[in-house]
Ligand binder design. Structure first.
Ligand SMILES: Cc1cc2nc3c(=O)[nH]c(=O)nc-3n(C[C@H](O)[C@H](O)[C@H](O)COP(=O)(O)O)c2cc1C
Ligand SMILES: CCCCCCC(=O)C(=O)O
Length: 361
């Protein structure tokens, strides 16, 4: 078939043709002049893998473990909101695709299906729940308390979004949300569910209504009182904050600039990975996201010290192109590409992809 996708970028072109233009801009876009979005990709251009030869790579294994959970590979699904923008089956399809691929799925708080329904779509699969801290503590606490019972194995608090980044594409489009894209976990608070605004983005309006920008490190205790699930902080990009996170007892750290959607910075997420890894010094797992599009990129991030990587937009491309099957195919492509790269660099296990496997130019 002429348009059979052979790599993740092939999925992008196919998905673009299927997703409504305003929704596509929301998914594809970054903050401001989109420098961080571009930098996330160009950072990978400066990283080269260093192949070792005459190593037995007749068997290559991508298997790994994260917070005690065995996973088929080190590629997990980053939390992304509103999956029904990409496919009518939304997060239910994503959950099934992730389960088929044996991948961890970090479900966004702003999902179009409830966290319980998403769990029920693939009950035994590994799943974490991402959180945004809401003004409405009652509603927020309720979601947090429901997570363990609904089968989520960890909580991922996103800490780079006290306010939403300036998304110019969405503002120019006056992005509005169809009723099927309302955040299903928040239906108890209809005032948070703006779907249309004049000359601005409805997503931005929802964020203004929903997010509590006053929270600080000490508020983490409140979260811990409501759930015993391990806590991961997503959106750490400095050594200082990595050390503080360890002081506050986090189970893992996710290095991320939110796919270039928050601060309009000219530095890529990969450029700060080594700084955070050095500060963490093996005391907790470090996850990484931002611009990962190939098995080569995965290997680079692992060599720079990440324990696993997350992919955001590529999963939405797979979802748009083929629902659950598309999600599984994107994840499967990344895994088989990684296997090939591991053979080519003479590192047959995830643990063997160490700092000697990469050089930054
Ligand atoms: C459409 C979209 C929605 C997102 N929604 C969320 C979200 O709800 N929560 C969150 O923590 N991060 C969210 N993110 C950021 C991703 O979790 C992740 O950090 C980013 O997409 C990684 O970059 P990549 O898309 O280049 O892989 C979103 C990203 C995109 C593209
Ligand atoms: C109040 C709705 C906000 C959803 C934000 C989703 C997100 O993180 C993004 O980058 O977009």
């Amino acid at each position: 078939m002429a348009d059979e996708p052979l790599c993740v970028d092939d999925f992008e072109a196919l998905a673009h043709a299927r997703v409504r233009a305003e929704y596509w801009d929301y998914i594809a876009g970054g903050a401001g002049s989109e420098r961080a979005l571009a930098a996330n990709r160009t950072a990978f251009e400066r990283a080269a893998l260093r192949p070792r030869i005459l190593v037995d790579v007749s068997t290559v294994s991508t298997a790994t473990t994260l917070l005690g959970r065995d996973l088929a590979g080190p590629v997990a699904i980053a939390p992304t909101a509103y999956h029904r923008m990409s496919h009518p089956d939304g997060e239910l399809a994503t959950a099934r695709g992730a389960a088929d691929a044996g991948a961890l799925y970090i479900t966004s708080f702003f999902s179009n299906h409830t966290m319980e329904d998403i769990s029920a779509a693939a009950p035994d699969a590994p799943r974490w729940l991402q959180l945004y801290w809401l003004h409405d503590r009652g509603l927020f606490g309720d979601v947090v308390e429901r997570a363990a019972g609904a089968g989520y194995e960890a909580l991922v608090l996103t800490v780079d979004t006290p306010v939403l980044g300036l998304r110019l594409r969405d503002a120019r489009n006056s992005l509005s949300l169809d009723p099927e894209t309302i955040p299903a976990n928040l239906t108890a608070a209809p005032t948070l569910l703006t779907t249309r605004t004049e000359n601005s983005s409805a997503v931005s309006a929802q964020a203004v209504q929903a997010f509590d920008a006053s929270i600080t490190w000490d508020d983490l205790a409140w979260l811990r009182e409501r759930s015993r699930l391990p806590l991961i902080l997503k959106g750490i990009v400095t050594a200082e904050d990595a050390r503080l996170a360890l002081d506050y007892g986090v189970a893992a750290i996710a290095v991320s600039n939110h796919g270039g959607r928050q601060l309009d910075n000219p530095i890529g997420a990969l450029d700060v990975l080594a700084e955070v890894v050095a500060a963490v010094d093996g005391r907790c797992p470090v996850l990484f996201d931002g611009g990962v599009r190939t098995g080569h990129d995965v290997a680079v991030a692992l060599a720079l010290g990440a324990d696993a990587v997350l992919v955001g937009r590529p999963v939405l491309w797979g979802l748009a192109v083929g629902g659950a099957e598309g999600v599984a195919r994107v994840l499967g492509l990344l895994r088989t590409e990684l296997e090939r790269v591991m053979a080519l660099i003479g590192r047959p296990t995830i643990a063997s992809i160490d700092a000697s496997a990469v050089v930054l130019r």
